[in-house]
Design a protein. Structure first.
Length: 216
């Protein structure tokens, strides 16, 4: 099997591991680990998995989970700010939390909130929680996210970072059939350097990127 180009940085990848009939590749440039495209789910099968998620807006446990990103982000935002929850899923609890904190929060999701009009403006902050691991084309997606940021704006990303290669085969995150990209801290640093963002890692598996105020 020929290694495809890295879907984030387009570098030539290399072999990583084959697990349960699935092939995974590792990019030597940005260190993204990614599933071979031939093993991706169809859109219908992917959505069917998402429909099984019980992510209710009023679920206290889900809110505590999302607070790992919202709390450090809220510390850095002026009130009110205009915020986009990118990849909000069927239960946009994060948008509700940001609205309750006094911000104007909009939502986008290719399956559950596909109105692309919200992608035609720039924001003070964009959140992407438990979504980046689903990106078939993360390079294209992060280019879009970069265009959505005003100068000085924040991009908050939450995804389980891949650390232990020996544990990858049995890792719960890998076992989710909708997860196709796995990021490492080195991948986050590559993103920051590539886009000229400042990177902060306030909590485990949470990254805050800031676009410099003077950038165009």
């Amino acid at each position: 099997m020929t290694c495809p180009s890295c879907p984030l940085c387009n570098a030539v990848g290399g072999p990583f591991v084959a697990v349960e009939g699935k092939t995974y590749w590792r990019c030597p440039t940005c260190e993204l680990t990614f599933l071979d495209p031939s093993h991706r789910l169809s859109a219908a099968d992917e959505c069917a998995v998402y429909d099984l998620h019980d992510n209710r807006v009023d679920d206290p446990g889900y809110r505590r989970f999302l607070a790992r990103l919202t709390e450090p982000l809220l510390e850095r935002l002026n009130t009110p700010s205009v915020v986009l929850d990118y990849g909000c899923g069927p239960g946009p609890a994060l948008a509700a939390m940001m609205s309750e904190a006094g911000h104007d929060c909009r939502v986008y999701d290719p399956f559950y909130a596909p109105d692309e009009q919200v992608l035609s403006v720039a924001y003070d902050a964009v959140t992407c929680t438990e979504a980046a691991e689903h990106f078939f084309a993360p390079g294209t997606e992060f280019d879009r996210l970069a265009r959505l940021l005003k100068p000085g704006a924040w991009l908050g990303v939450m995804t389980c970072l891949q650390t232990d290669d020996a544990a990858f085969a049995n890792w719960h995150y890998r076992r989710d059939p909708t997860h196709v990209c796995f990021y490492r801290q080195a991948t986050l640093r590559w993103l920051a350097q590539h886009y000229g963002w400042e990177l902060t890692l306030p909590r485990k598996d949470v990254a805050l990127f800031q676009r410099p105020s003077g950038s165009r």
